[in-house]
Design a protein around this ligand. Structure first.
Ligand SMILES: O=P(O)(O)OP(=O)(O)OP(=O)(O)OC[C@H]1O[C@@H](n2cnc3c(O)ncnc32)[C@H](O)[C@@H]1O
Ligand SMILES: [Mg+2]
Length: 175
């Protein structure tokens, strides 16, 4: 049995972590804790999004206390490229010894109408709700679900991100 702490109360992120650790064959107990990412509400680069994921993981681990083995942070962001604004997602796992694993998710080019609004400083969560006529899409299918006709959901995407971020600890177990 391992104890993990997730730095979010977003249902999609909770389900994603459950799915990942189940797929990896662990029995686990998870605590969900609202923590600060210590970056902008809408991260605007890969680096800032990664930093947010690491901060969430560390803050979750420390808030959870000594019985916790791993802190997990998942952060959604966007990144400007010569080809437009892309959705980017990153995850981090931090162990008690301070080792950090990082994994990334799919990238998806955002429609120009959405990118223009992002550049004025608005948050994607609010923009996509209005754009798709939904409510709290960030806790459901996510922007990635909306733009892929749900072929890829935010939950599935984050689940793979968690597995990628946990890979260094799987290696450690194999040693
Ligand atoms: O409660 P937390 O864990 O903060 O969950 P969140 O949905 O706000 O997710 P993030 O803070 O990680 O995402 C950063 C910002 O990007 C937005 N965002 C990122 N990916 C998204 C997606 O797929 N769908 C909707 N909003 C997304 C989100 O609404 C935030 O404004
Ligand atoms: Mg948020």
């Amino acid at each position: 049995m391992i104890h993990i702490a997730l730095g979010s109360k977003n249902t999609v992120k909770i389900e994603a972590v459950r799915s990942a650790f189940t797929q990896m064959g662990y029995t686990f107990e998870m605590e969900e804790i609202e923590v600060s990412s210590e970056v902008s509400a809408q991260p605007f680069s890969d680096d800032e999004t990664i930093e947010g994921a690491i901060n969430r993981a560390k803050n979750a681990l420390h808030t959870a206390g000594p019985g916790c083995d791993y802190g997990i942070g998942l952060e959604g962001g966007v990144t400007e490229t010569p080809y437009g604004v892309f959705l980017c997602n990153w995850g981090a796992v931090v162990s008690r010894t301070g080792k950090v694993g990082i994994g990334g998710g799919h990238r998806l080019q955002l429609p120009e109408e959405i990118s223009t609004q992002l550049r004025t400083g608005r948050e994607l969560g609010d923009i996509i709700d209005k754009w798709a006529g939904g409510q709290n899409i960030r806790s459901k299918e996510g922007t990635i679900g909306v733009l892929t006709r749900n072929l890829i959901s935010r939950k599935d995407m984050f689940s793979d991100v968690v597995i990628c971020a946990f890979a260094p600890f799987l290696l450690e177990e194999d040693e």
